[in-house]
Design a protein around this ligand. Structure first.
Ligand SMILES: [Zn+2]
Length: 320
């Protein structure tokens, strides 16, 4: 018998939970649709069900705690979730305390992208690197900053919103209220939007054909696939996204001086098509001392980074 930890990830479409040993080996897992549109009570019930399966899977081994990643904004010290855009009806839900009462276990809650940074730092490509920045690029752009081996939280626990730094002061308005955010320039929906705009202008591309074959609207994934096949427009769009991300990375290098920048999230599946323009932009724009020893690499833990990060959070809260 050994000690175990439960990690969980509350997303807008899926709730996932997993059971780990203290060295980060995954022992069991469970996933349920979130059913976010049915409101907080239904979602809470499903989180509890998902966690209960892992308690059962522990088969009486001592559970040290539960770590949970959730969409921000949230308070990482109180575990209260404010009003996440992808969880309708949620307003100041005391998620940590509700789960602690239900399971009689220590519960720790963190922003999902922050936890993914912790996961890559403890168990992934950032192992042994105490100054790193993790950036996730999917429907939005989020991140986490590890400085001196610790997660950088800021005064309100909200630090690391790398996707909401302004890249274009004359850019379009983001749903966050700011203008020209990295997210409106380079996240998945921005990539799809740029493809649609180019097609509407009459540019030749295979992107539309790929989407039509699946009877789905154009997504960043179609752009990525067309780029793999050598499609010129698709490559231009990804290069443009990579350049904008690169400018964001340059800002982060100058502010935080990390040794490692980890690029994750679904859009990052484009691999070198995205990483090459990011690295090139960093070489062109960053001051020498900041770019000399920094590596820019793909994430190692994929979709599971947040689950591993939830375990890392429990371990660090327990001083292990
Ligand atoms: Zn924004």
């Amino acid at each position: 018998m050994s000690d175990v930890i439960i990690g969980a990830d509350l997303g807008g479409t899926k709730i996932r939970s997993a059971l780990f040993d203290v060295r980060g080996h995954l022992l069991a897992r469970k996933s349920l649709p979130t059913l976010a549109s049915r409101g907080p009570d239904v979602v809470l019930g499903r989180i509890v069900a998902c966690l209960r399966e892992m308690v059962a899977a522990a088969q009486g081994q001592a559970i040290l705690g539960i770590g949970l990643g959730a969409p921000g904004p949230l308070n990482p010290w109180t575990g209260v979730i404010s009003t996440p855009p992808n969880l309708p009806g949620w307003h100041d839900v005391p998620l940590r305390d509700l789960l602690a009462q239900e399971f009689h276990l220590p519960v720790y809650v963190g922003n999902d992208a922050n936890l993914a940074a912790l996961g890559e730092h403890r168990f992934g490509v950032g192992k042994g690197v105490d100054d790193l920045i993790y950036i996730t690029i999917s429907t939005g752009i989020g991140g986490g900053i590890i400085s001196g081996g610790r997660l950088f939280l800021g005064a309100d626990g909200a630090a690391g919103e790398v996707g909401h730094q302004t890249i274009d002061i004359n850019g379009r308005r983001d749903r966050c209220g700011n203008v020209g955010c990295l997210e409106v320039l380079a996240a998945g929906p921005a990539i799809a939007r740029q493809a649609n705009e180019a097609i509407a202008r009459g540019e030749a591309t295979a992107i539309a054909t790929l989407a039509q074959a699946e009877n789905r609207p154009i997504s960043a994934e179609h752009v990525h696939r067309a780029a793999r096949q050598g499609d010129r427009l698709a490559r231009q769009i990804l290069a443009h996204a990579g350049e904008n991300i690169g400018v964001g990375v340059v800002n982060l290098l100058h502010l935080f001086n990390p040794r490692l920048v980890i690029i994750g999230g679904g859009v990052a599946n484009a691999g070198e098509l995205l990483l090459e323009p990011i690295r090139r932009t960093v070489q062109e724009r960053a001051m020498e001392v900041f770019r000399r020893n920094v590596r820019i690499v793909p994430a190692a833990l994929g979709d599971d980074a947040g689950l591993y990060g939830a375990v890392a959070l429990v371990l660090s809260e327990l001083g292990r």
